[in-house]
Design a protein around this ligand. Structure first.
Ligand SMILES: NC(=O)c1ccc[n+]([C@@H]2O[C@H](COP(=O)([O-])OP(=O)(O)OC[C@H]3O[C@@H](n4cnc5c(N)ncnc54)[C@H](O)[C@@H]3O)[C@@H](O)[C@H]2O)c1
Length: 273
């Protein structure tokens, strides 16, 4: 332990079960000396294992639907009360596509479901930041992060409407990063993570092959949830004070690759098998 986050207070959205990236982030932040509150949608609290993590980390769990401004006002007010002051970091680790869940193809999307997808996966990030901003709930040089995926820039057909959700999410980080930086000296970034085996990740059609392809394409292999959590902890620390309005690739080098001969192994294996 390096005590990277000693004395810092944070709120972590999106830990559902032990595979969740947010679960690992919570563990790493507390191991680095932070005190935190945990939050998730009320339904997820009923079905997930978040109370177990709360006990383990001595962290209060506060239900909040990230699409509800009122829920977030309550969450941040309570968090500041419990943690004893303004916040130093917040993680948005939320994603859900209604059209993917219901198996609708990209060329036949239901637009009401699409709105819900954008609301949960992207607009919630703006809402979260707007509430934090209006409440003046962040300390100077505090750090706000959201998790993204490279489908925001490049086409991964099975990622469907989540691609646009991630583009929107990354754009909010830049646009709100301007206002938060100028008026509150707070930084806002997104981390673009490798495919990771979690409930949300595995929901994407053909995830196994997709995971393997990405793993082979990346010189360092896919980045794990644990490695992502370490990167988040660094982004919450004082060692990254001047980094803001960035989309940061955490992907073992995938985003810089054109072709990797290692990928042929999968193709040959498929042809043989
Ligand atoms: N798994 C991957 O391959 C991968 C890759 C890159 C980025 N990401 C991103 O990482 C983030 C975390 O996903 P994960 O892979 O850990 O999966 P996960 O399923 O463990 O986490 C998604 C979380 O979103 C929460 N959520 C859904 N609707 C909500 C709402 N209305 N209000 C509050 N919370 C809500 C869920 O309860 C869950 O905890 C997501 O933004 C995801 O897109 C995942």
């Amino acid at each position: 332990m390096n005590n990277l986050l000693k004395g810092k207070r944070g709120v972590i959205f999106g830990a559902l079960d032990k595979q969740s990236i947010a679960w690992k982030v919570a563990e790493h932040c507390v191991a680095q000396g932070a005190t935190i509150t945990l939050t998730n949608a009320p339904a997820a609290l009923r079905f997930g294992q978040l109370s177990e993590l709360g006990k383990q980390l001595n962290a209060e769990v506060i239900p909040a639907d990230a699409t509800s401004v009122e829920d977030m006002e309550n969450l941040f007010e309570k968090s500041m009360e419990i943690l004893g002051g303004k916040l130093d970091f917040v993680l948005h680790s939320i994603g859900m596509s209604v059209n993917i869940r219901k198996g609708r193809e990209y060329t036949n999307l239901n637009y009401e479901w699409m709105k819900k997808t954008y609301d949960v996966s992207a607009i919630s990030f703006h809402k979260m930041m707007q509430v934090l901003y209006k409440m003046d709930a962040m300390n100077e040089f505090g750090s706000i992060l959201a998790l993204s995926y490279m489908a925001a820039q490049r086409v991964f057909p099975d990622y469907s409407e989540m691609a646009e959700s991630k583009s929107l999410l990354e754009s909010y980080a830049r646009s709100f990063g301007y206002h938060f930086g100028t008026h509150k000296k707070v930084r806002v970034n997104t981390i673009s993570q490798s495919p990771t085996v979690t409930t949300a990740g595995s929901g994407v059609t053909g995830f196994d092959l997709f995971f393997e392809y990405s793993d082979k394409m990346s010189p360092l292999g896919n980045a794990s949830a644990d490695a992502c959590a370490q990167y988040c902890a660094m982004m919450f620390s004082d060692f990254t004070k001047m980094v803001t309005m960035q989309n940061l690739y955490h992907d073992g080098g995938f985003s810089s690759m054109g072709m990797n001969p290692a990928v042929f192994d999968i193709v040959v294996k498929k042809e043989d098998g």
